[in-house]
Design a protein around this ligand. Structure first.
Ligand code: C5P
Length: 398
């Protein structure tokens, strides 16, 4: 089941660390390769020698180790795995992960990785229930970190309640589920994202405030479900996700060309904020300031509507075409009319009035408009919107 899979196992400092030695054995029995990383506190509970003996591999412990860095840098170490597992995940490690700290090898690997992370928390029940820990858990879940446990039961400290690390076989089951082929395996999905830049001359352009955050989160969530994602992105603020085919573009015309080149696709999500107009005849050389004070006049031409073009294609139309409608008034009515006008299957409508804080923010409150009518989703993070949407797309394409 895990043959050929490579797990980076971070062992934190807790009494449950002894179970992680058994976890290494169970993973190897199933054909996985395990590279152990033990924190300084973890080494108080298990020795690198026993972990290395069971893993039959080198164990990593230090961030600044010249020999280790020469053999394999920490960035490479964090990326060569298929999954990063933290067991036991202490309150301290969860706090560092949630806060984005990177001051030792384990926390640096967790910040540098582009792979999914699964944690098996283990700590005293009061620590687990502490509001600070629960805040960190909520943040990490929101970031897409997978949790196995903690279980409820008697603890080494004599107290009782949630906080026991899950048993190795439960963690193995979580790892197997995380590495299973996703429901979108074999499906090609196109995602557009970010703003477009429409040139005025070689140094000036017209742009908009789209950060690309929602489109990036959608591409990442679709890839997480196993889709083969082509990500056509304008010059966005956020970095493109890993594990997708990134096609960077500048203008709406470039974006349409890249979209056409990427078809056929099973599904397409148009999350880009495409400029409606471009400068009709952008200058090939920098427009000079007129010394007599006369101002340049820009004439505009309409850009191609990419969503509409693809929605109204014949044979090459993807089975599911999803558009966005960022509105400030009469959101549902305008978005419903837009869906009909463009011919797409679904419209994700949202209110981008400044008071909602949605444009450029980390949260979104959307309504999914389809043949079935308008369905309001509660306000949630853009990552959660992306994951919900990816699941709906997977359902529609299966
Ligand atoms: O018409 P409006 O810009 O509000 O439509 C928004 C939807 O249409 C978004 O999904 C956006 O990505 C897409 N769109 C497009 N090409 C354009 C304008 C908008 O694909 N030129």
């Amino acid at each position: 089941m895990l043959a050929g899979k490579h797990i980076l196992l971070i062992i934190g400092g807790g009494i449950a660390a002894f179970k992680s030695l058994d976890l290494i054995r169970r993973l190897r029995e199933r054909g996985a390769e395990v590279t152990p990383v033990i924190t300084r506190a973890g080494q108080e509970f298990v020795t690198p020698l026993s972990a290395s003996g069971l893993a039959a591999r080198k164990v990593y412990t230090e961030l600044f180790d010249l020999t280790e860095e020469a053999e394999m840098g920490h960035i490479e170490l964090s990326r060569s795995a298929d999954l990063v597992v933290v067991a036991p995940a202490t309150a301290d490690l969860l706090g560092k992960m949630a806060g984005g700290l990177a001051n030792d090898l384990a926390s640096t690997l967790l910040m540098a990785t582009d792979k999914r992370v699964l944690v098996a928390p283990a700590m005293n029940v009061r620590m687990w229930e502490h509001p600070a820990c629960q805040r960190n858990v909520a943040t990490l879940k929101d970031d897409g970190v997978l949790f196995v446990g903690p279980n409820e039961g008697a603890m080494a400290c004599g107290e009782f309640g949630p906080g026991r690390m899950s048993e190795p076989l439960e963690i193995v089951a979580g790892i197997e589920a995380a590495l299973a082929d996703g429901p979108l395996k074999g499906k090609h999905i196109l995602v557009t994202s970010g703003p477009t830049h429409e040139p005025i001359d070689p140094v000036r352009y017209i742009a908009n405030r789209s950060s690309g955050a929602q489109g990036t989160a959608i591409a990442s969530a679709l890839a997480g479900l196993g889709a083969d994602v082509t990500f056509v992105t304008g010059p966005a603020d956020v970095a493109p996700p890993s594990g997708v085919n990134v096609i960077p573009v500048q203008s709406a015309q470039d974006m349409l060309a890249a979209v056409n080149a990427a078809l056929p696709a099973d599904g397409a999500v148009f999350a880009a904020a495409v400029a409606d107009w471009r400068v009709a005849s952008a200058s090939d050389s920098k427009i000079k300031k007129d010394t007599k004070g006369s101002l340049p006049v820009l004439e505009f031409a309409e850009n191609p509507d990419i969503l509409k073009t693809v929605s109204q294609m014949g044979k090459t139309r993807p089975k599911l075409v999803v558009g966005f409608a960022a509105e400030t008034d009469d959101v549902i009515a305008n978005a419903t009319a837009k869906r009909a006008r463009k011919g797409c299957d679904w419209i994700i409508a949202n209110d981008v009035s400044p008071e909602t804080g949605i444009m450029g923010g980390s949260e979104n409150a959307v309504t999914l408009i389809s043949d079935a009518g308008a369905e309001d989703w509660p306000r949630m993070s853009k990552d959660q919107v992306a994951r919900q949407l990816a699941l709906r797309i997977s359902d529609a394409l299966s």
